[in-house]
Write a protein that binds this ligand. Structure first.
Ligand SMILES: [Zn+2]
Length: 153
């Protein structure tokens, strides 16, 4: 497995999950497929063995990092624009995904409020039943008191 140099006229397409990294010896920017994480690979420029970084939250992945890499190595303006367009499309996709996540959450919240509304209605019904029970009990106790009062000693 060999890393692709950036930029390379023949290898300009960086896939979404590619790992982007720089050669620690010559500073060459390279991209390698995700499966290359942690492997020792020859640098595309100087040929020295370099370890592919293992991506984590702090490691930029393509294509978000692609425009920065493109700008840093001074690619043609057209290529930079193409990469910025790709990053912009990616950002728009992320925004769309966040919007649909938000909509899903709002639907869920509406559903939960509906359930809660149903529970509140049932609790109010229960409170009404309890109030009627209390009235009946009060009447029964009152009658019982009357009966006891009238009971001959
Ligand atoms: Zn190198």
């Amino acid at each position: 497995m060999n890393p692709n140099p950036i930029p390379d006229p023949d290898q300009t397409d960086i896939r979404e999950n590619d790992i982007l990294f720089d050669c620690p010896y010559c500073g060459k920017s390279m991209a390698i497929e995700e499966a290359g994480a942690g492997l020792m690979v020859p640098c595309a420029a100087c040929g020295k063995e370099v370890q592919v970084p293992i991506p984590d939250a702090s490691t930029p992945v393509a294509p978000v990092a692609a425009p920065r890499a493109g700008l840093a190595v001074g690619e043609s303006p057209a290529e930079t624009v193409r990469q910025l367009d790709a990053a912009l499309a990616m950002a728009n996709e992320q925004i769309d995904r966040l919007i649909s996540e938000k909509e899903a959450l709002q639907e869920r919240r509406a559903y939960l409020e509906q359930i809660r509304g149903g529970q509140i209605a049932r609790l109010e019904q229960l409170a009404g039943e309890l109030a009627r029970l209390q009235e009946s009990l009060d009447r029964a106790l009152s009658l019982l008191a009357d009966i006891r009062a009238e009971k001959p000693v």
